[in-house]
Design a protein around this ligand. Structure first.
Ligand code: AMP
Ligand code: ZN
Length: 208
């Protein structure tokens, strides 16, 4: 199955996409991760993307669409995939419609107040990318997988978080109706603990 994970920043898209991908044995295609890797490797794409990402703005459509187009041609996408963080604009959704057959769009909804709290409290491992929350870490500063010192993403700093939510409401939220009209939307309540969200997603996908 070719699936899209939709939702505001901080809704748990990445965490859930990773879990469901492992369960279904299909790749997770995260444009955010691909862009961060491009920046780390100082590629041409990375150079184009960096200033937008640091500011909490969307990277231009043509840059992101090109990355996804190339990635979807890889052999491991033949049996299905989860797109995590793409599309984020109607233009991206239209471009995707021309190159892929999407069966389901998982929409993880979380109220804005909860998102601000989650994003500001998010820490990530710079080595393996595992996400953590300050609340759960209870003072711990190292990754449980590889011992690396956890960091806060630049775009999770308080001054950027509100801007990212505004961008989500303006540019990405219209995709909810876009895919509802296509009959592909699966509404998931993201305001529950992570395990309950995973279970709800699996149930919704099975019914599809
Ligand atoms: P994420 O890790 O999904 O939260 O993405 C981090 C940042 O990468 C976003 O705030 C954007 O600047 C950029 N980005 C990721 N995916 C897209 C996309 N589909 N379109 C435009 N920008 C994106
Ligand atoms: Zn790690």
């Amino acid at each position: 199955m070719n699936i899209i994970f939709l939702g505001p920043p901080g809704a748990g898209k990445g965490t859930q996409a990773q879990l469901i991908c492992q369960k279904l044995g299909i790749p997770q295609i995260s444009t955010g991760d691909m862009l961060r890797a491009a920046i780390a490797n100082q590629t041409e794409t990375g150079l184009k993307a960096k200033s937008f990402m640091d500011a909490g703005q969307l990277v231009p459509d043509e840059v992101v669409i090109a990355i996804v187009k190339e990635r979807l041609q890889a052999e491991d996408c033949k049996a299905g995939y989860i797109l995590d963080g793409f599309p984020r604009t109607v233009a991206q959704a239209v471009a995707l419609g021309g190159i892929a057959d999407i069966q389901a769009v998982v929409n993880i909804a979380v109220a804005d107040e909860a998102l601000v709290k989650r994003l500001s409290g998010r820490r990530v491992c710079p080595v393996c990318g595992a996400p953590y929350s300050v609340e759960r870490l209870a003072g711990q500063t190292q990754c449980a997988v590889d011992g690396a010192t956890l960091i806060q993403r630049d775009d999770d700093k308080p001054e950027t978080v509100l801007g990212r939510l505004t961008v989500y409401h303006q540019k990405t939220a219209p995709l909810i109706d876009f895919y509802r009209k296509e009959g592909k939307l699966l509404d998931i309540d993201g305001d529950q603990d992570a395990q309950a969200v995973t279970a709800a997603i699996l149930t919704a996908l099975e019914a599809k």
